[in-house]
Design a protein around this ligand. Structure first.
Ligand code: FES
Length: 85
């Protein structure tokens, strides 16, 4: 690899998030077909609790197997908000 290629790679990566920061969309609630992006968008729109997410997306009102994951996403998004203050 020439030094020029390495520099271009670094310039490319500076504009990109690391692979760990990227979170591909995935199905969180199979009962209601709620995707990770649906939950994140709802939180960004003002939903600030599990109950608020449940009211709008119905998550956790079926088999409840998604509850822990939804709460983890909510916690993660809250942490991002606090970090960005
Ligand atoms: S997977 Fe969310 S209620 Fe069943």
């Amino acid at each position: 690899m020439s030094n020029g290629s390495f520099c271009r790679y670094n310039e490319f990566m500076d504009d990109k998030k690391s692979l760990l920061e990227q979170k591909p969309d995935y199905l969180v609630c199979t009962c209601f077909g709620v995707m990770y992006s649906d939950i994140v968008n709802e939180i960004a729109s003002g939903a600030d609790s599990f109950d608020a997410l449940q009211e709008t997306l119905f998550i956790g009102t079926g088999c409840s197997s998604c509850v822990a994951e939804v709460k983890a996403i909510l916690h993660e998004e809250d942490a991002k908000k606090i970090k960005n203050r």
